[in-house]
Design a protein around this ligand. Structure first.
Ligand code: MSP
Length: 517
């Protein structure tokens, strides 16, 4: 039985079309999922949409549509974009689906049976854009306005009868859990942020309902005819409803706990405080890891539709191609940090890393193979090639494993590019054209096969990041077997021992003329 790997993205609100920020989480999750599949794991990659709540209800109203018709339409634009970006998700969950609605209601009942829920009056504030409750002391006061401390937009005063989850009684337990599980919240800055918050604040119990008089677009509470479920309580449960919690014990045991929840840092508190406590109260294991990545910022602010500073990923992909876009997102900025999206920086990376380094290595290697060997890869040579390049190739896989296990995508790409650049240098230092002139075929064969081994391992290593580029390299190397198969071997070196025939194609990344654009 292959090991399993279960990873999730947040469920995106369907109040508007997706932008670069949403696509960032997806590209990272897709890369991780592909890497794990390549490593032989059985993967469940879950994504989806968060469709209930006040924010979506209002957006539908503004569009003069029913919430269901409105969400159906926006879900389409998310799915279309994931298609454009080659996102290989295994399951797409909508919070309006029956499987999810039933699970949420089941969780309500279980928590009630366990005496983890009570009814009380809620007096406080609500931020609709963030779908978050705030107490008096947490708000931002500016002249005559009362603002949400997160998004800095105005909040509404509410007083409602609601249901609460007993969050506060688990505060000490959660702090102990986070302290004793080093990799539970990553990166470490986010872990410290959560611990700092728990050390300096007393947790309030979590309001988990909204009265129907205020909101109808939600999952009905099984405990009351007059309440629907608070949208965050609803949405978080998707991570277990997708693997059939309370519905199919075997499937649930197979996949749960999740190996990683990938989220943006904006929703850290919900995932690192509410979610673990909800699971603890329910008597369910916690996920292995919660990784909160940084934001793409524009003009010093988080990119978001309400700030009007979003960039449409489809336009960028049209100009530069999907693989260059994916490469840029994951290479430019370490995954835990904020980044600034700029086309200028993307063009530079395109010309330097993709066209000059990778494109050139492929082109010159295959050209030489054609010129000196008529395109035939000399057989029985690979095992005789020793030296630095071989060492680098052997070291790449463990380096990638280490980087990817920490979701350090940029570090992983840096390691791949170090190998590519070393191979480019190797061409200069070994000067195959001179070997050819001298008639030193034995040495020329070794140089040739060494370069092709580097390209073969590069094809596999870049595939999770840039699937079509990986496939194209593979095809140009003329390899018949599936790209996945040989990545599992201890040392990839030796692949071409049996020889082969290259099939040079068009350049993968034709340089962009920076002066023209
Ligand atoms: N619906 C909730 C999540 C519920 S999960 C159980 C939500 N949705 S959201 O549509 O607002 O999307 C949030 C996620 O989109 C962020 O956590 C992040 O993954 C991604 N991003 C949205 N804008 C972003 C940036 N500007 N930069 C990077 N990622 C951001 O919150």
């Amino acid at each position: 039985m292959p090991a399993k790997y279960y990873l999730t993205t947040p469920l995106y609100y369907v109040n508007s079309k997706p932008h670069i920020g949403h696509s960032y989480t997806q590209v990272a999750a897709d890369t991780l999922a592909r890497f794990m599949r390549l490593s032989g794991k059985e993967v469940l990659f879950l994504t989806g949409t968060d469709e209930h709540g006040q924010k979506v209800e209002r957006a539908a109203l503004e569009a003069h549509q029913t919430p269901q018709a409105f969400t159906d339409q926006i879900v389409g634009s998310f799915k279309d974009l994931w298609g454009v970006l080659s996102i290989s998700y295994d399951d797409f969950i909508r919070t309006t689906e029956k499987r999810h609605v039933e699970t949420v209601q089941n969780v309500w009942k279980k928590l009630h049976e366990k005496d983890e829920i009570y009814k009380a009056s809620y007096k406080g504030w609500y931020c609709t854009p963030c779908e978050t409750f705030w107490s008096d002391g947490q708000l931002l006061r500016e002249t005559d306005q009362t603002l949400c401390p997160d998004c800095k937009r105005s909040v509404e005063k509410i007083e409602e009868e609601n249901y609460f989850l007993k969050l506060s009684k688990y505060q000490q337990w959660l702090m102990g859990y986070i302290r004793s599980h080093e990799n539970f919240i990553l990166p470490v800055t986010r872990r410290n942020e959560v611990l700092g918050f728990l050390e300096n604040n007393t947790l309030q119990d979590l309001c988990i309902s909204r009265p129907k008089s205020r909101l109808t677009w939600g999952i009905p509470s099984p405990l009351s005819d007059t309440h629907v479920t608070y949208v965050w309580f609803d949405a978080l449960i998707n991570y277990i409803s997708a693997c059939e919690y309370g519905r199919d014990e075997e499937r649930f045991r197979k996949w749960w706990p999740a190996d990683v929840h990938i989220i943006g840092k904006d929703i850290l508190r919900h995932h690192a405080i509410y979610w673990p406590i909800l699971l603890k109260a329910l008597g369910v294991d916690l996920p292995q890891m919660i990784f909160a990545h940084g934001w793409w910022v524009q003009g010093g602010e988080k990119m978001s539709k309400s700030r009007g500073n979003v960039i449409d990923p489809v336009q960028i992909v049209k100009l530069y191609g999907v693989d260059a876009y994916r490469y840029f997102l994951l290479r430019e900025t370490p995954f835990g940090s904020d980044g600034v999206f700029s086309e200028e920086a993307l063009r530079l990376r395109f010309n330097t890393d993709l066209a000059n380094d990778l494109g050139n290595l492929l082109h010159r290697s295959l050209t030489m193979c054609e010129k000196y060997f008529g395109g035939k890869i000399p057989a029985g040579v690979s095992s005789r090639c020793r030296g630095d390049l071989r060492k680098e190739v052997d070291a790449l896989r463990p380096a990638l494993d280490a980087a990817i296990s920490r979701l350090a995508f940029s570090e992983a790409l840096t390691a791949i590019w170090a190998l590519i650049n070393q191979a480019n240098k190797f061409v200069e230092t070994s000067a195959p054209w001179q070997l050819a002139k001298q008639g030193n075929t034995a040495e020329l064969e070794k140089v040739m096969v060494s370069l092709l081994e580097v390209l073969r391992v590069t094809a596999q290593a870049v595939w999770p990041f840039m699937p079509s580029t990986g496939e194209a390299l593979w095809a140009q190397l003329g390899i018949q077997e599936k790209l996945k198969a040989s990545f599992l071997r201890e040392s990839g070196w030796g692949f071409f021992e049996k020889g082969g025939k290259v099939a040079k194609g068009a350049p993968l990344f034709p340089r962009i003329d920076l002066k023209k654009s």
